[in-house]
Design a binder for this molecule. Structure first.
Ligand code: ADP
Length: 629
């Protein structure tokens, strides 16, 4: 039984290969976690770092809240099962399983009990006297699992354990490993490149690509709400269908124009999670639809307005028994054009043939939209931002009959038509000068996503906890202007993350033989905690004294006080700008040639001390862009 915490884990191999970048995850006790992704994406490296077989370049690995970066593999209470079983060929199955217990000098009767129990769990009791070469692949893999089970580890790590088995046996062993997980009630971490294995076994899945985590979620959430085209295409068979195109909003109607010639029409409320700036007919988007979100038209089909009609020409029909896969093309003139290729999962009794032109229906609920350039989803389960067309006149922002006086920190020119955007958290509910009607709410993992109708726009707000307002309620809302951006007017969100260049130094302690260490930012010398020193040296050793660093700290963690000589862990500076946002006021402070932002009410020109809680700082190695602390 164990929980794991991986914080900003990096792996840089000798030679500079960055195999794992900024891997962050908390794993709860008894979870079955699957790392999945194409070959070379960093899955095994991550697993081997957890096992202790590979050094962690930077980051913090905890097992049951204890930092284990420097623990030997044998001291981590982890068992690893490999693809090639790694059984001892000259030993019997019994001895293979008993081996690790003999090395810790467990009494024979206890060893016997554990081996027999594991053998019975795995159904290999009758093979105990055999040598590995007299076993089938599946039986060998069971022995390898047995060898791990007898040690009663806190965590099971499995590295592609089934990839040497044929398809049928693999399916059977999948189910067996899932049952084993339930029976043992232990945390499992399982590596595979096979998305079917990942989907069927994982309680949560980590999708990786090129050393970066793409998304971490439950199988069903990855399938329904992929964050980007890679995850969308990797999870699910047959693959999601993708079509390049554009989208336009016209009042309450929205039209997707696909490059292959097909138009998909729907109401704005069916597509309102897409930011309206994409609905200009110019932004390149990719429309994604899974094969099971398309159906062949039938006059008896039930339709409540959530199916959009289209036509396709059939190229291949695969009758699989329980279902039929139809490979078709939306482009009726050039049916082999890749841009219109579509796969439809249909009932087994669907009667279509190669060459048929068929009426199909595309779900207006289960479709995905991605930004063509970034490949990121722009129809996210939780939209990222509200995008609004507004006007600014005399310091008043107006949109959809709403009027907000801009705070003095935002000084911008008048404009009759300007696009503003803000994260959805910047829209706060219950008070303020805005008026909206709650159109819909969604409960997402304990948070409430509000769909608010403001004029002809849907705006979003996200709050922790259950819904405070009901559908149909007329409510007030406010805008946190620190988070607003309006590119055309030069308005950017207030940057509340401060990044300061610096170095790490040592000085001989005048009182003794030891050294004192410092985090230097300009002339200021901040004193690191012992914990910071440990991490810095564990990661960089003495190289830390020659490494350019970035010290990163959130403005909210800083406090600003009048200057006093000798203040500890303070950056002394001068206020250069005051930014008054009404309820909150901030200062831009020059600290020895670099600037930072912190909450402050006072005057330009004030000399102040910015007090820095060093333990809340992130320290980055600038040369290879990894987080050290
Ligand atoms: P996966 O398990 O997803 O196939 P790996 O974790 O094995 O991926 O590898 C991730 C990347 O690190 C790959 O580019 C691989 O070539 C590289 N790599 C793996 N092991 C080493 C090593 N010992 N030395 C240098 N590069 C390595």
């Amino acid at each position: 039984m164990a929980s794991l915490s991986l914080k900003h884990i990096f792996k840089v191999y000798d030679g500079g290969v960055k195999a794992v970048n900024d891997f962050c995850m908390d794993i709860e006790d008894k979870e079955f976690i699957v790392f999945v992704g194409p070959s070379g994406c960093g899955k095994s490296t991550t697993l081997r770092m957890i096992a202790g077989l590979e050094e962690i370049t930077a980051g913090e690995l905890r097992i049951d809240n204890e930092i284990v970066n420097d623990f030997e593999p044998k001291d981590r209470n982890i068992a690893m099962v490999f693809q090639n079983y790694a059984l001892y060929p000259h030993m019997s199955v019994y001895e293979n399983m008993a081996f690790s217990l003999r090395t810790i000098r467990m009494p024979n009767d206890q060893i016997h009990e554990k081996v027999m129990e594991a053998a019975s769990i795995l159904g290999i009791t009758e093979y105990l006297e055999r040598k590995p070469k007299a076993l089938s692949g599946g039986q060998r893999q069971r022995v390898a699992l047995g060898r791990a089970i007898v040690r009663q580890p806190k965590v099971f790590l499995l590295d592609e354990p089934l990839s040497n088995l044929d398809a049928k046996l693999r399916a059977a062993m999948r189910a067996e490993i899932s049952r084993l997980h339930e029976k043992l009630g232990t945390t499992f971490i399982y590596v595979t490149h096979d998305q079917v294995e990942a989907m069927t076994m994982g309680s949560r899945i980590v999708v990786m690509k090129d050393g970066y985590v793409q998304q971490i979620d439950t199988p069903i959430n990855l399938y329904k709400y992929p964050d980007n085209m890679f995850v969308a295409g990797f999870i699910g068979t047959p693959q999601m269908n993708f079509f390049d195109g554009t989208v336009v909003k016209n009042g309450e109607d929205v039209r997707f124009s696909l490059d292959c010639g097909t138009n998909i029409d729907m109401k704005y409320i069916q597509a309102d999670k897409i930011p309206v700036n994409y609905m200009d007919g110019a932004h390149k988007i990719v429309f994604g639809i899974r094969p099971d979100a398309v159906r062949v038209y039938n006059s008896t089909n039930y339709d409540d307005g959530s199916w959009a009609p289209a036509k396709a020409v059939v190229s291949v029909v695969e009758v699989l028994g329980g279902e039929t896969l139809i490979y078709a093309n939306l482009n009726l003139e050039t049916p082999d054009a890749q841009s219109g290729a579509i796969i439809i999962r249909a009932d087994s009794d669907t009667q279509v043939r190669r060459g048929d032109i068929i009426d199909i229906e595309i779900s207006r609920k289960k479709f995905h939209v991605f930004d063509k350039a970034t490949e990121k989803s722009i129809r996210r389960r939780i939209p990222k931002e509200n995008v609004i067309r507004a006007s600014v006149a005399g310091g008043v922002l107006a949109f959809a009959d709403q009027h907000f006086t801009l705070p003095s920190a935002i000084r911008c020119a008048d404009s009759a038509d300007v696009e503003i955007s803000m994260p959805i958290q910047a829209l706060t509910l219950g008070e303020g000068g805005g008026k909206a009607k709650v159109q819909w709410t969604e409960d997402i993992d304990g948070k409430t996503l509000y769909f608010l109708r403001v004029g002809e726009l849907t705006l979003f707000s996200l709050e922790a906890g259950e819904a405070r307002f009901a559908i149909g309620d007329e409510i007030a809302f406010d805008i946190d202007f620190t988070q607003m951006s309006a590119e055309a007017l030069g308005v950017t969100p207030l940057c509340l993350t401060n990044t300061l260049d610096g170095i790490f130094t040592k000085e001989k302690n005048p009182a003794g033989k030891q050294y004192d260490f410092f985090m230097n930012i300009g002339d200021a010398k901040l004193v690191p905690t012992d914990g910071i020193c440990e991490k810095v040296f564990a990661c960089k050793g003495n190289k830390i004294f020659h490494t350019p660093l970035e010290y990163v700290i959130e403005a909210k963690k800083l406090s600003v006080v009048p200057h006093a000589e000798g203040a500890k862990n303070a950056l002394t500076g001068k206020v250069v700008t005051l930014l008054d946002y009404g309820r909150e006021s901030y200062a831009v402070i020059d600290v020895g040639g670099q600037t930072l932002t912190a909450a402050y009410r006072g005057n330009v020109g004030d000399t102040v001390d910015v007090l820095v809680p060093v333990e809340a700082m992130t320290i980055k190695d600038k040369t290879i862009d990894i987080i050290i602390v």
